[in-house]
Design a protein around this ligand. Structure first.
Ligand code: PRP
Length: 176
């Protein structure tokens, strides 16, 4: 049976999200950007991050894109599919792409290419978790919460076959 082992507590998440909002406020060099969350894993992080940004005087507009790579499996496939695109025009705008995790980075690279093909002038990327050792494409996020090892993690938006997204902390899923 699989068990959950907490690896990043609610408090560490809260503190790091505040720090990232500071890094974004300093690093984006402009206030009027569009935050684009990659559904569905980004929702919890994005919701906390947008409120942290508000505390720093930033109130970006928000949009979402859906790209699925894993389906119900724990392994990423090579071809992510854009299931639904943006609802707003990003032509001439600066975008901050937000996701819960960069693993192979196929998803974020595809999302960034898509955003730029829609005419955005710049697409910054922000991930909560970064498994840099797993890359299949070259990719370095502009903003990153935590570097993690190659373990399967759930919670704070991340799922395992649609379960555990609602956990307020990040946990690794281990066999007992
Ligand atoms: C997960 C996660 C990232 C992506 C990262 O999404 O939310 O978007 O995989 O993997 P990669 O770096 O190897 O591309 P998933 O496809 O599982 O969909 P979900 O967000 O709906 O859970």
């Amino acid at each position: 049976m699989a068990v959950l082992k907490e690896i990043i507590s609610e408090e560490r998440l809260r503190l790091r999200v505040e720090e990232i909002s500071h890094e974004i406020a300093e690093g984006m060099a402009r206030k009027d950007f569009v935050m684009v969350g990659v559904l569905k894993g980004s929702v919890v992080f994005l919701a906390d991050l947008m409120r942290a940004l508000h505390r720093r005087g930033l109130c970006p507009t928000v949009d979402f894109i859906t790209i699925s790579s894993y389906g119900d499996s724990t392994e990423s496939s090579s071809a992510g599919k854009i299931i639904s695109g943006l609802h707003h025009d990003v032509e001439g705008k600066v975008v901050l792409l937000v996701d819960d995790i960069a693993d192979t980075a196929l998803t974020l690279k595809q999302a960034r290419d898509h955003i730029l093909s829609m005419g955005a002038t710049r697409a910054f990327t922000c991930v909560l978790l970064d498994k840099a050792g797993r890359r299949k494409v070259e990719f370095e996020p502009d903003f990153r919460g935590f570097a993690i090892e190659n373990v399967f993690v759930v919670g704070y938006g991340l799922d395992a076959a649609h379960r555990h997204r609602c956990l307020p902390y990040v946990a690794r899923l281990e066999d007992e």
